[in-house]
Design a protein around this ligand. Sequence first.
Ligand code: SAM
Length: 212
Amino acid sequence: MTDLKTDYIQNLHAVETPDMIAARKRIHDNDFPIHVTPMDGRILQVLVRMADIKTCVEIGTLGGYSSLWIADALPEDGHLYTCEHDEKRLKLAEATLGSRQNTTIVKGDANETLPALAEQHGPFDMIFIDADKISYLNYLDWAEKNIRKGGLIVADDTLLKGSVYMHELPYRVRASTRDQLKEFNIRLADTKKYDSIIIPTVAGLSIAVKRF
Ligand SMILES: C[S@@+](CC[C@H](N)C(=O)[O-])C[C@H]1O[C@@H](n2cnc3c(N)ncnc32)[C@H](O)[C@@H]1O
């Protein structure tokens, strides 16, 4: 659901390509629409350009919608590795990204595939975390080690339905997941390690520049 302000910004700055519209429709027809918004996608693109990002790892592909936003902004010699473990979603992602030279779909549980990916292709310029919340701290441990100084760690859904600042737990958020996300946010707020912020998008989008 969007409002007039969001519509205004998106119509001006975050216009989807035909491939993005097709990917979004594919997801909506076959799965749940838990992808980023066009405005989030455009923020990802601006970050890629602003920070001179060439290599990016995305954790959580779904149907490749956010992958398209990132991949379209990369330079000619840039590359996106995007991780997904769900068979049905891998098929959707293949339909969206299969013909793209600058994108590789990494199949399997990211907790298991990331170490080999880093060995083969790391260190990376940007890591976009948008998968299972319970693994966010693992992904952050991995990202910290495998991103270059000055690189970006970006994470979606870091407000976790408001649970990280509300007194009561919102519907369908577990206390254990909320606690992990709170720790994740505290770690990214460490000014000795990162210059960071949570952008108050619908889901909360964290952006951190690695200082060490
Ligand atoms: C919020 S969706 C990603 C949305 C996508 N980034 C977008 O905006 O278009 C999260 C995805 O992460 C995947 N996922 C969850 N846990 C995972 C894991 N351990 N390894 C790989 N993928 C995982 C889910 O199957 C789901 O497709």
